[in-house]
Design a protein around this ligand. Sequence first.
Ligand code: SF4
Ligand code: SF4
Length: 171
Amino acid sequence: MITGLVQIRRLGEHKRGENERFRRHLKTYRYVERRLRQIAEEIEAQVDCLACANCCRVATARLLPRDVERLARHFRLSVEKFKREFTEESEEEGLILRRDPVRGCVFLSGNECSVYDVRPAACVDFPHLVRGSGSIPSRMWQFIDRACYCPIVYNTLEAWKEETGFSPAPR
Ligand code: SF4
Ligand code: SF4
């Protein structure tokens, strides 16, 4: 299991082409979705997210209206005031939690989430391997980027390749 973030970044970038081929492979291979999720679950259980927190630094946290309402209530703020203080608009994703390009999410404190119990659904489900709607192949495009910064995703893709008999060499 590889968990070093520098190594994950290097390997994830190096394997972008291979992971794109794996994405196509999954579309044709007859796999059991439950088995792939089970593999992801086993890997998730072995990785200590508190020692990592990389997603909170690197990725954006998309907000649903119910996330905003819950967080605003938590801070005893009106929805409008919460949005002004803690959110921003992203062209691609809509409303997201405010973030600093270096420190990451506004609610990240050290390696811990300061709003853990009321964090957005997107954070609860992250990295969307075990918990996530839609079939695994339909979400594979997200995993290629995430394999460059999330040890759970990187190691899961490698385990899925083995499980499905994927050959890394281009044909
Ligand atoms: S809300 Fe918490 S879990 Fe979500 S990105 Fe921010 S620090 Fe991470
Ligand atoms: S979900 Fe991935 S990137 Fe986020 S803390 Fe856990 S291992 Fe790190």
